[in-house]
Design a protein around this ligand. Sequence first.
Ligand SMILES: [Zn+2]
Length: 139
Amino acid sequence: MKMPEKIGTEMFAPCGVNCQACYAHLRTKDNCGGCLVSGAKKRGSCSSCIRKNCAAEKGITYCYECDDFPCRKIKSLDKSYRLRYGISLIDNGFTAREKTIGEFLKQDREYFLCKECGGIICEHNGTCSECGIKKEEGQ
Ligand SMILES: [Zn+2]
C-alpha cells in the first residue's frame, strides 16, 4: 500500500497504535479499516479491546486523555510493542498529547514511509507493504 500524503487522525488508535502501518490494515484480504474508523471492519483482537472499551466507559477516546495514563492495561501492551516492534505506545500517547495527534502522525508518516518506493512499512514486520524491502535499523 502506498503511503498517503497525510495520515488521517482517525488512524490513531486509542492505545497509541498507528493503524495506518498495522499489518491488519495493510493486508490485501479481509483488511481492518482502523480502530476508530466507523463502520469499518476491525481486526479480531482489536474489536473487543479492553483499552478501547475502558476509554469509552470513561467518556474519552484516547488513553492519553486519562488521569490514570499510563495505567497497567496500557503498560502491558506498551511493553510488548517495545520488545517486539521497537515502538512505545506510551511515548506515542505523550507525543500526541503534547503536540496533537496530527503532528504525531506527521512524524510517524516519515518513520514508516519506504524511501525506496513511497509505500508503507509495516510496524509489525518491518517490511514495506509495497516493494517488500526490509526497513533498516535506525533508518
Ligand atoms: Zn517500498
